[in-house]
Design a binder for this molecule. Structure first.
Ligand code: NCD
Ligand code: ZN
Length: 344
């Protein structure tokens, strides 16, 4: 096969950041995605409808001329979120609400510290037909970082899903066999996104031969049995698993640091990275469902009607990209060769 045409994909988990960053990140994503679920972990977080709508305007004004890119806005759950915030969010066009456990990841200090307070909010989310997007990791210091996702399932996610069966839940950027099994065993209201880095890499790629800061993201890469379980999930063609890059840019000096940030900036090669792994797994025919159909179906949105074409052509991910503020950023897979390229 030398070319592959699929329905235009969407990215169901993405960090654009704000300000000058948008001039870099929005064109990178709108290059191949028609829509993206925009994560709300700005500082301060996008915690109400009016902040979400202001942010949406800033994203749209950074979109390339003539682009029909559509940002899908989310709200950041805090300890202070009320059911009325959810009603307002729905009215303004927000489509999902993101749950971060406090301290779980970049800019999550403002996040939720006690899930039991949120039950009326979860009820409102279900009632309004919004989706709950979950960063599924506990943050207790005594829990090993490699066990935090499984512990979150056992301590919290299981209960949320049982207590709110009507709630549509996306278990974001899953990284373990346990998460795959949990999603498969749950009702049709539970699905998951999978990133390119968790399909392509395991924790050896983070730690063998020296620390690889550009492969550091949260949830952290796991051992290869977990990587294989994620690969099996996409190979299965189950519509419960769909594309979410978690592209999360951080300037080079913030990654290559004594206390480096978590996040991989994959937007400039996103669909190509997925094509690479789907080809490796010999399931290129499953890419379209994963990238372009299952997410829209789960969100209850129309599938896109236009297409993109990938060409079988080797190219190298650049070593660096210069941000509008003049600082470099190292993209995910920098300097490595990809076998597929989006037709320009
Ligand atoms: C994300 C970021 O940088 O905002 N980082 C990451 O490692 N994935 C936050 C997140 O999605 O957890
Ligand atoms: Zn993320």
């Amino acid at each position: 096969m030398t070319s592959l045409t699929i329905t235009t994909p969407d990215d169901w988990h993405l960090h654009f950041r704000d300000g000058d960053f948008l001039k870099e990140t929005v064109p990178a994503t709108s290059r191949c995605f028609r829509r993206a679920i925009v994560m709300p972990n700005l500082v301060p977080p996008v915690a109400n409808a009016s902040m979400a709508m202001e942010y949406k305007k800033r994203i749209l004004s950074a979109s390339p001329e003539g682009s029909d890119f559509e940002p899908l806005m989310t709200l950041y759950l805090t300890n202070d979120t009320t059911p009325q915030d959810i009603v307002d969010a729905k009215r303004e066009g927000v489509i999902a609400v993101k749950l971060y456990p406090a301290g779980a990841t970049t800019n999550s200090d403002a996040a939720v510290s006690d899930l039991s307070h949120l039950e009326p909010v979860f009820e409102a989310i279900a009632q309004e037909g919004l989706l709950l997007l979950v960063h599924g990791e506990v943050t207790d210091n005594e829990i090993d970082i490699f066990d935090r996702e499984k512990m979150f399932i056992d301590r919290h996610l299981q209960d949320i899903v049982e207590n709110f069966p009507e709630l549509k839940v996306v278990f974001e950027h899953i990284t373990t066999k346990d998460a795959v099994e949990f999603v498969l065993a749950s009702s049709a209201n539970v699905a998951a996104t999978i990133t390119p880095q968790h399909l392509l890499l395991n924790r050896n790629d983070l730690l063998v031969g020296g620390v690889q800061p550009h492969n550091y993201c949260l949830p952290v890469l796991k051992r290869n049995i977990h990587q294989l379980a994620l690969q099996d999930a996409v190979v299965s063609g189950s519509p419960k698993f769909f594309l979410g890059t978690d592209s999360a840019p951080h300037e080079k000096h913030r990654k290559e640091s004594a206390c480096g940030c978590a996040g991989c900036y994959s937007a400039w090669s996103a669909i190509e990275l997925y094509a690479q792994i789907f080809e490796q797994l010999d399931v290129l025919d499953k890419l379209e469902g994963f990238a372009s159909h299952f997410g829209a179906d789960f969100y209850g949105l129309e599938r896109n009607t236009d297409t993109i074409t990938l060409i079988k052509q080797e190219w190298q991910v650049p070593d660096e990209i210069i941000l509008p503020n003049g600082n470099p950023i190292v993209p995910f897979f920098a300097g490595k060769t990809l076998n597929w390229k989006l037709e320009s």
